[in-house]
Design a protein around this ligand. Sequence first.
Ligand code: GDP
Ligand code: MG
Length: 341
Amino acid sequence: MLKGGTNYVAWRWDITDIQLLLTGNRRALAKAITLVESQHPQHRAQAQQLLQKILPHTGKSFRIGITGVPGVGKSTLIEVLGLYLIEQGHKVAVLAVDPSSPVSGGSLLADKTRMEELSRQPQAFIRPSPSQGLLGGVAQATRESILLCEAAGYDVVIVETVGVGQSEIEVASMVDFFMVLLLPNAGDEIQGLKKGILELADALVITKADGEQIKAAEVAAGRYRNALKLLTPHCFWQPIACCCSALTHEGIGALWRLLLDYQQQAKANHYWQQKRLEQNQQWLDKLVEGLLLRNFYQHPKIVQQRNEYREQVLKGQLTPLQAAEQLIEIFLQTPPNLLFN
Ligand SMILES: Nc1nc2c(ncn2[C@@H]2O[C@H](COP(=O)(O)OP(=O)(O)O)[C@@H](O)[C@H]2O)c(=O)[nH]1
Ligand SMILES: [Mg+2]
């Protein structure tokens, strides 16, 4: 790992690296992702230059988000779907957003072993989650990694996340199609679904619909279908509940046809491009807000004077608005050195 930075200084991206990346070289891609994951300001600058150069080669993939609780079958499904897609002539990249790792020190997603066969395929690229950083940073790196995968010629990019915290909202906002995997034992699970998740989903996929669980899976799909009917569709697409098994491969082909159907319809009515534009716009807005806030609170003069103004507000000498305006004035007087991270 090059995250530390010191052993990294000699390493520069040159035109050969970019050409290698564009020809689909997996080492060059892995190296580029390491660069965009780096928190080091110098690397961030390099990463942005690299991204700018490859931008014309991005945007052509089908970006698919997959979420679900640990054990629901994400990795197994991605492996089976990935192998199926490779057979059809696609190049498949898998990226993970794992907000659990910085907290627990362990990772719920980075179980590469489950995708052993897929990871052996020359047409596949699997990248476990960045092991550090707050979710915002991880999400930023993942967005940039999607672009790098596209530049390297991957036409299907799967982003996997376990639904912790805000991670599925983040992932939904960076993909074209978002699916939520659910276990077949429906019970009262619909109520147990995280709030807002139904609204995010383009498809609910009941996993492990095999053996004795087929019936339960079908019952669950029916219940979810009813729940979905109660939602007002936010676009042309009516979210779908379906079953599949990564064990028997039943439903895998149908799932892919469903995705293609979505893609075709979305492109035909220009929703595809519209959604991407909106996502990009939101990403930009979020970055502006985040960068400004961070730079404000880290600004040496603000660090120095913030408490003083706070006290004046608490003592009733200044109104909160007066204090805020004066602090912002101080901030604007000395141009801050805007940096991400
Ligand atoms: N019967 C059955 N078991 C499955 C299926 N998919 C996954 N599993 C099992 O469910 C467990 C969790 O799967 P995994 O893919 O690691 O789940 P993840 O934590 O969501 O990535 C493993 O023991 C898998 O073998 C399936 O389609 N049918
Ligand atoms: Mg997994």
